[in-house]
Design a protein around this ligand. Structure first.
Ligand SMILES: N[C@@H](CCC(=O)N[C@@H](CS)C(=O)NCC(=O)O)C(=O)O
Length: 240
């Protein structure tokens, strides 16, 4: 039995959700509402002491890290394959997913978290101090400490935008020869990983990510949105 704990079809949670849907897999969707701190509930912390999502549970075995989860899913659910069979192409695909994990996601997290400053700053200071003390993941704790206080500085926001500009340039280069998908003619885990972050770009990088400034990215986003698995994603939002 497969169960996925997630925050809904956004960011790192979107990565395995979309993979499972592309595979047509049977799985239990366990959506947690981050704004209700459901990922801090003892039942979830017993599964993942880090208090982060996504988490895949396969017959009681627990797996973290969205990119690794997708490679595991592609191993246990090989049809349709979502990685190239050629070793060099497979390695190139992993270079692309690594870039999202190490560069794109941290930059987008700054802007995404900054957008939650109003929510975080309204939380009672003593309650927040307890929440922070109860966050084992240092990066997550630093993020919440920042947005429940003054928020990110203008310099930090500008630097995140600079890095997102590089992500758009990377997409334009990768798709620049007119290929439909990031690895060429075949849709892969690279498209899934980039799509977990990229839908935010036209909104947060208005001048740099539009049909004129980034035509290949815009066309790829539209192609992604047409996929039945992507169209099915909204049903997996946590119920509020
Ligand atoms: N590298 C991990 C990142 C996991 C992670 O930090 N997830 C975020 C959501 S995208 C989270 O759980 N944050 C908890 C919080 O903000 O309190 C992955 O790709 O799965």
């Amino acid at each position: 039995m497969l169960a996925l704990y997630h925050f809904g079809p956004v960011a790192n949670s979107l990565t395995p959700l979309l993979c499972l849907l592309e595979k047509g897999a049977a799985f239990e969707s366990r959506a947690l509402d981050g704004r209700k701190w459901e990922h801090h509930d003892p039942e979830f912390r017993a599964i993942n002491p880090e208090g982060t999502v996504p988490v895949l549970v396969h017959d009681r075995r627990v797996l973290r890290e969205s990119t690794v989860i997708n490679e595991y899913l592609d191993d246990i659910l090989p049809d349709p394959p979502l990685r190239p069979s050629d070793p060099w192409e497979r390695a190139e695909m992993r270079v692309l997913t690594k870039y999202v994990d190490e560069y794109f996601c941290p930059a987008l997290t700054v802007l995404g978290a900054h957008g939650a400053t109003a929510f975080a700053s309204k939380i009672d200071k003593r309650v927040m101090a307890q929440r922070l003390a109860n966050m084992p993941n240092e990066e997550v704790r630093r993020k919440w400490a920042t947005i429940s206080d003054a928020g990110f500085s203008d310099a930090e926001l500008a630097d995140a935008r600079r890095r997102l500009g590089n992500c758009i340039a990377r997409l334009e280069t990768q798709l620049g020869d007119g290929r439909p998908w990031l690895m060429g003619g075949t849709y892969t885990l690279a498209d899934i990983k980039w799509y977990s972050m990229a839908p935010a770009l036209p909104r947060v990088m208005v001048q740099a990510c539009n049909a004129v400034a980034a035509p290949a990215t815009t066309a790829w986003l539209a192609r992604m949105a047409e996929r039945p698995a992507v169209a099915a994603l909204p049903a997996y939002a946590p119920s509020r």
